[in-house]
Design a protein around this ligand. Structure first.
Ligand SMILES: NC(=O)c1ccc[n+]([C@@H]2O[C@H](COP(=O)([O-])OP(=O)(O)OC[C@H]3O[C@@H](n4cnc5c(N)ncnc54)[C@H](OP(=O)(O)O)[C@@H]3O)[C@@H](O)[C@H]2O)c1
Length: 259
């Protein structure tokens, strides 16, 4: 039997309870990686644990709000204690809590969006750094909205722009340890976050794809295509399995339009 591409590796995925993070965690488990996963929803995490362990790997679950330093540090420490060192870190946890123009935005939701999308990946990365293996990969799930100015959604746009430059700073800091740090831009993906009109109800990616089969929501370029989260996981797996000394400080995109 041929060796799986991530056999013997340990991968942490923040925001793995559903959506893109869940798809990445499951793809990594199929590829043979042991997992450490976190979010705030234990039922979703346990579902991912059960599904991933069916592939013969171990999955450590941590309930943590990634804006809470104590809870985040406890999760990262438990993962490093369990696996010794981490080979891959994926920062997928993120929110889009408001999408209005600045004039009508809610100050609390605006700031909370920035907090989750920036302070969150910062804290997760900060507490994993000491336990990352030489040659590890960090993959930050970013957005094309972080690279161009829209006339709406400023909290999300500002937060993802910050994540882009955070990735580049980390790449500069970590190359001596042979740790590659890159952004992944998914483009529109059939997840709870994308399914804006249906807050509070969970739909499968297939149901969301069906809902938007004929038309994208307003604000999306018609040349875009909504993807299944598994398509993003394929790119994440590619990035996670690049040889040591590969690209770092770069942006890999599934978008279908220029930024
Ligand atoms: N879907 C898209 O079209 C799209 C496009 C471009 C970029 N992205 C980016 O892709 C990433 C994943 O998005 P998605 O579409 O998969 O969203 P999603 O389906 O809503 O999943 C988000 C995940 O992050 C977790 N999370 C949110 N806030 C958290 C917090 N404070 N602490 C810990 N975990 C938290 C959620 O769990 P809990 O709520 O239970 O904590 C959930 O597991 C995000 O960074 C997003 O900005 C998505």
């Amino acid at each position: 039997m041929s060796k799986k591409p991530l056999s013997g590796k340990a991968a942490a995925v923040a925001g793995a309870g559903r959506g893109i993070g869940r798809a990445i965690a499951l793809a990594f488990s199929r590829a043979g990686a042991n997992l450490a996963i976190c979010s705030r929803s234990i039922d979703e995490l346990n579902e991912v644990k059960n599904s991933s362990e069916a592939h013969g790997v171990k999955c450590l679950v941590g309930v943590a709000d990634i804006t809470d330093p104590k809870a985040t540090e406890a999760f990262c420490k438990a993962a490093i204690d369990e696996f010794g060192q981490m080979d891959i870190l994926v920062n997928s946890a993120g929110v889009e809590l408001e999408s209005s123009k600045v004039e009508s935005s809610d100050p609390e939701r605006w700031w909370r969006t920035v907090e989750v999308n920036i302070r969150g990946p910062y804290l997760v990365t900060r507490f994993f750094l000491g336990g990352l293996a030489e040659g590890a990969k960090i993959i930050n799930i970013s957005s094309g909205l972080g690279l161009r100015a829209a006339d709406w959604n400023s909290s999300y746009t500002v937060s993802k722009a910050g994540l882009h430059i955070f990735t580049e700073v980390l790449a500069n800091e970590l190359w001596p340890r042979k740790i590659d740090v890159n952004n992944l831009i998914p483009g529109p993906v059939a997840t709870d976050m994308f399914n804006r009109g249906a807050r509070g109800v969970r739909y499968t990616p297939e149901e969301i794809l069906e809902r938007f089969a004929k038309e994208l929501p307003p604000g999306f370029s018609p040349q875009e295509r909504i993807k299944h989260p598994d398509e993003v996981a394929e790119l994440a797996l590619y990035m996670a399995t690049l040889p040591v000394g590969g690209p770092t400080g770069q942006t890999f995109s599934l978008g279908r339009r220029p930024f």
